[in-house]
Design a protein. Structure first.
Length: 380
């Protein structure tokens, strides 16, 4: 090849180099969780990783302690404060997480050090885990005071169970008014938003409260056992943190996180006596119901989404929870209807529209079939 031809060939090749279009690169949102390690994976760091990853985040971790259950009781091994602080410093300096969840930290000096490392993050969710699900206290009073002093003032959202709020404030919470008073006092400590969970203030219901920007919103659930499952609170706080990191404001993050946890954790079936295939199909059905219940109420729709027949779906739900798929869907819708009737000022027509009914008459007929009284009678 002559020198002139080589030059011409190079010019053509170099032109192609500059015309190459790079493929789109999906940037995964880094989310940091700071908490204890639970070897069985139902709570703590392991559960947070699952939740963050499922929502599309990139999970970063700082381990503060390790829980070991030898069958005789829970044993705790707390990492040295320098080890915990070094973990946090490394993650913050190199990965720059978009949101941080602060869970269980069992030492007051470590709490202060962690605050110093994460203070630059705009989205800090404080979910300290003062009490375990069996109501045993996990941290000492000095650590609680450190949380009040160092973490709450830096938090975009403070998440506590009602018994934890009682411990911090030295008051009893026995009514919705008590929850509201407690939330106001906690917000005065510096948190932008406060979420109180686990207020069983009425028979058969579990109440939560979100308070911020001088607005209060109560949530009610009839699935008490579901929301009290071990690890549900941890999953919820991790999901909220992830959604905040992805750009949601606090109310939107909570709504999106609630929908995720409601379908994946609260209504999930984990009975080992059920076959894995049936359990997986049922859990996937509930996830689909959570996504589409406002538009679709038919069994055929969900069976089609699952790529199975309606007959097989009936076998699955009967084997798993002893109900028909139609009743599973109806139970989900009726719970949502009750929450709207209890906690909103929406009219019956507006609730009917929101839940996907063709008319208010159809909604009232459905509600009466399920509850033996009309929505108006229920609201009284």
């Amino acid at each position: 090849m002559t020198k002139e031809k080589r030059k011409k060939s190079w010019d053509i090749w170099s032109c192609h180099i500059f015309c190459v279009t790079l493929p789109d690169v999906k940037i995964i949102t880094p989310i940091l969780t700071i908490s204890g390690s639970d070897g069985i994976g139902s709570s703590g760091i392991q559960a947070d990783i699952k939740t963050i990853t499922s929502l599309g985040g990139d999970a970063m971790t700082v381990i503060t302690c390790m829980a070991l259950n030898d069958g005789k009781g829970m044993k705790w091994h707390t990492l040295h404060e320098d080890v915990i602080t070094d973990q946090a410093r490394t993650i913050m300096d190199t990965m720059h997480p978009k949101a941080v969840k602060v869970g269980l930290i069992r030492d007051p000096l470590t709490i202060k050090n962690i605050r110093d490392e994460i203070v630059g993050c705009k989205r800090i969710v404080c979910a300290p885990g003062i009490f375990a699900s069996d109501s045993s206290q996990l941290i000492d009073d000095e650590s609680i005071q450190a949380i009040i002093t160092y973490l709450i003032p830096e938090s975009i959202l403070l998440m506590l169970r009602c018994n934890e709020a009682e411990k911090i404030l030295g008051m009893k919470i026995t009514s919705n008014d008590d929850m509201l008073k407690a939330a106001r006092e906690l917000k005065d400590m510096g948190a932008e938003w406060v979420m109180l969970r686990g207020g069983q203030l009425a028979d058969g219901r579990l109440t939560a409260l979100l308070y911020g920007e001088d607005k209060a919103h109560f949530f009610t659930s009839y699935n008490i056992q579901g929301w009290k499952k071990h690890g549900v609170g941890s999953a919820l706080s991790a999901a909220i943190t992830t959604r905040l990191g992805m750009g949601d404001d606090v109310p939107t993050a909570i709504r999106n996180a609630h929908d995720f946890v409601h379908s994946r954790v609260v209504y999930a079936v984990s009975n080992e006596k059920q076959s894995p295939r049936a359990k997986d199909i049922y859990n996937e059905m509930i996830s689909l119901v959570a996504e589409f219940y406002k538009k679709e109420h038919s069994v055929a729709f969900y069976a089609d989404k699952l790529n199975i027949t309606t007959r097989y779906l009936s076998q699955v739900t009967d084997k798993t929870v002893g109900k028909s798929p139609k009743q599973v869907i109806s139970d989900y819708i009726i719970n949502e209807a009750k929450m709207l009737l209890d906690n909103s000022r929406l009219t019956i027509q507006e609730i009917s529209d929101r839940l996907g009914f063709s008319s208010q008459t159809m909604f009232c007929k459905f509600f009466k079939e399920q509850e033996k009284h009309t929505p108006t009678e229920y609201r009284r």
